[in-house]
Design a protein around this ligand. Structure first.
Ligand code: ADP
Ligand code: ADP
Length: 231
């Protein structure tokens, strides 16, 4: 995994008649190989933070180090080189991350950009319990199975940071537990740094570290129980 460090990160969305201030000065450190949850009410900037960390676009101001690289300084080409390969983002809703009418194995194979990533496909199918489902068409799978396939697909290029936006929303309890286990496997077995947005108190309780965003800043950090009591 790689460490993440944010300093004074501000993000504005220009809209007619003014700017929406999504983040107003975020300072944050996440160690290499940590698994961290990001919670807080809707509209607080959680998705914005994930999209900035995923190098989808640069922040309006501030610094975002992924390892030794300040991705806020990169241009579009630099960000594109990083996306998927160094940091991978699993968007909210499993279906948007996958080709619904391709098989699980085809989805993983399409994500492979080089020999090293092609070699990862088999191991990832096994790690996420997708071996028996490899020839199933994604659209025929349950939500939990799709989410595990989405996470496995995001890992094919070998990213060292995995970001997930509400990976357990819309899942039943059993599927949710499977997905949480899968994310811990990413951290433990693959050594990746994992940052996930979650609204689910059960998921939050499992995580060793939680961050909240309030008023566009990363606020009180705490252990699962006490922190979640505030929400
Ligand atoms: P969260 O993930 O915590 O719900 P977001 O990061 O999605 O929060 O949004 C933070 C704020 O930025 C909200 O006020 C939201 O309406 C606004 N916002 C998010 N994306 C855009 C966008 N593309 N254009 C304009 N405003 C946006
Ligand atoms: P969530 O809260 O579940 O993260 P949002 O409703 O904040 O989802 O955002 C969903 C999508 O809509 C995102 O791609 C975001 O960029 C966009 N979006 C959110 N708020 C606005 C807005 N005020 N204007 C334009 N696009 C927005």
């Amino acid at each position: 995994g790689l460490p993440l460090r944010l300093e004074g990160v501000v993000h504005l969305y220009p809209i007619p008649g003014g700017d929406v201030v999504a983040l107003r000065g975020v300072d944050l450190r996440i160690q290499a190989g940590e698994i961290v949850g990001l919670l807080g009410p809707s509209g607080m900037g959680k998705s914005t933070l994930l999209r900035l960390l995923a190098a989808l676009y640069p922040p309006s101001a501030g610094r975002i180090w992924i390892g030794d690289t300040d991705i806020a300084q990169l241009g579009p080409r630099g960000r594109r080189k990083l996306r998927g390969r160094t940091v991978s983002l699993v968007l909210q809703g499993p279906a948007v991350n996958l080709l619904p009418y391709a098989t699980v194995e085809q989805n993983l194979a399409f994500a492979a950009r080089d020999r090293a990533s092609r070699h990862r496909v088999g191991g990832l199918l096994e790690l996420f319990g997708l071996g028996p489902l490899r020839h199933r068409v994604v659209a025929t799978l349950s939500g939990g199975q799709q989410q595990r396939a989405a996470i496995a697909t995001a890992l094919v290029p070998g990213p060292r940071v995995l970001l997930a936006d509400e990976p357990t929303s819309q899942l039943d309890h059993e599927a949710r537990d499977d997905v949480v286990r899968a994310l811990f496997d990413v951290q433990r077995n693959l050594g990746a740094t994992v940052v996930m947005v979650t609204h689910d108190p059960v998921v939050a309780r499992e995580l060793p570290r939680l961050l909240t965003i309030r008023d566009g800043r990363v606020g009180a950090e705490g252990r699962s129980g006490e922190e979640f009591a505030v929400l």
